[in-house]
Write a protein of this length. Structure first.
Length: 297
């Protein structure tokens, strides 16, 4: 496993992205060597590649990086495959190979509250919603700013946000390897966050979540606010809005259907809440970000 270490002075430059690749019949990745990085996020199917002479298998939910100057190509042709692909460059990064070399770096970063981040060569996030939302927004900005000469291009910023989201995923994986638990009962808070994210579509009640973790509801509210900086209700709403954004960006469901799927049967209340958090209405959001391009080349 290889790892990319990015610190504050490392600069990310977005190159290109073609939206979602969808295989047309039997498909095998062509042989090529890149002069930049490529991020691949597998949405569907399973396929095999030779990367740097090593055979690797990828399947739905995998996120992996192809490195510059490294030959790669598909083997054992696959069917019904789809994935996002994004090309980018990083200036000032450090590539570290092997877990025993990266773990001391991660430990030091954790202890010193470093501004550096680590990207695993490959990961399998438990939750893809935020990552896919960011990728769709990046592709939208790409369509708007194809020839911008601004010093800091919006697409560079969005690519940085995509990599940051992946870094958060790999940070959790790597900290688990180190068996580092955050202070102030953070491990339990992570479980609470995960429970709310997994069940927010059920229109959770605060008392229900408190009981699930053995707390008095009033104490739970105070504890949650102290550790997260917001109330449990605010966090629940954020997760509902986040899931709604994902559905607007990736499906053609009606607004009423999206509202129901995120646990809000009152579509007017849902639309009002969505606009409060996002600054635009659900229909305006869909019009802006439901612009994923597909290709089969």
């Amino acid at each position: 496993m290889r790892y990319i270490v990015k610190c504050g002075d490392a600069k990310t430059t977005y190159i290109s992205g073609g939206g979602v690749f969808v295989s047309n019949g039997r498909w095998t990745h062509p042989k090529m060597t890149l002069n930049d990085y490529e991020l691949v996020v597998v949405l569907k199917g399973r396929f095999w590649m030779k990367i740097g002479g090593m055979k690797k298998e990828f399947q739905e939910g995998d996120c992996f990086l192809l490195f510059p100057d490294e030959e790669h190509y598909g083997i054992e042709g696959a069917w019904d495959v789809s994935f996002y692909w994004l090309h980018f460059q990083i200036q000032g990064e450090e590539v570290i190979e092997g877990e025993r070399h990266i773990l001391p770096v991660i430990r030091q970063m954790s202890e010193q509250d470093s501004d550096c981040s680590v990207l695993n060569e490959r990961c399998h996030p438990e939750e893809m919603v935020q990552l896919i939302i960011l990728i769709n927004q990046l592709l939208y900005y790409q369509s708007l700013y194809k020839k911008t000469e601004a010093p800091v291009r919006p697409c560079d910023i969005m690519m940085e946000m995509v990599l940051y989201e992946l870094a958060q995923v790999t940070r959790k994986i790597n900290l688990e390897k180190l068996r580092i638990e955050s202070l102030d009962n953070g491990t339990e808070m992570d479980k609470i966050y995960d429970y709310i994210r997994a069940n927010c579509y059920k229109n959770l009640q605060i008392a229900e979540v408190a009981r699930q973790f053995g707390y008095n509801p009033q104490y739970f509210i105070r504890m949650f606010r102290r550790k997260s900086g917001q109330s449990p209700k605010q966090y629940m709403i954020q997760q509902q809005i986040q899931q709604a954004k994902y559905l607007f960006a990736t499906t053609s469901l009606k607004i009423t259907e999206v509202a129901e799927q995120v646990g809000m049967s009152d579509v007017r209340a849902f639309s009002k809440r969505f606009k409060k958090y996002e600054g635009i209405s659900p229909s305006e959001y869909r019009k802006a970000f439901h612009k994923t391009h597909y290709n089969s080349r």
